[in-house]
Design a protein. Sequence first.
Length: 47
Amino acid sequence: MNVDTSNPPGGASTHEGTVYYFCGPGCRVAFEKDPEGYLSGEKSIEM
């Protein structure tokens, strides 16, 4: 999915020095609760 990084609708979150951009606030909140789970592929955000 492409997200406008200059104005991401879901905001942005920084984890271990890397900035991640989100299409919606729910996705950002879910990521922030368990970033390692999402980055490892163990979890996925349902759309």
